[in-house]
Design a protein around this ligand. Sequence first.
Ligand code: SF4
Length: 196
Amino acid sequence: MKRANAVEFSENSKLGGMSTTYAAIGSCPADCPFKKARACYGMSGPIGWQWLKLGGRGVDLIAKDEAKAIDGLSGMNDLRIHALGDCSTNEAAKLISAAAERYMKRSRGRSTAFTYTHAWRNVDRKSWGKVSVVASCETAEMVKEAKARGYATAVVVEKHESDKAYIRGLRLSLARNRLAAQNLALNVASVCMTTN
Ligand code: SF4
């Protein structure tokens, strides 16, 4: 069974046209609230049908296959690692960051590689190397914890009243995201990048 795949140019509305990867759900951390609630947007609709066809166990084996898939991409577009999936071990993040660095090298500086992760508690920021990685958080306390681990952060909020919104002392910048709106089981309306 295929564990991961990569798409040269995805027109998925969440991505807006770039290269991307999908890794089997076995790559996702067990404590991801969207996984636990079966509320991840990848679990339904046409995208879910494609994603859930990926299988196989072993976070690091999935990452190895995903790294190979990244090596098959041209490097001509920005790369969103993990439209779905994650790296929940340091070894997996190192495999993917090494492939992403090869990708950026192929692009001769034209493309960048970035991702979000729910596994920031278990994976060191340094394992992601030059990949731009944002820790996905659900509370202000988690934001502080992720920042202390060296991560940039994004937080899910119930309401996004303005671009200058604050949540429990954290300043937010606008990053409305369909991902959150689709996760209705968690009753969220938007995802915001934290700026302090
Ligand atoms: S939100 Fe991310 S980490 Fe969580 S189940 Fe979905 S793809 Fe996996």
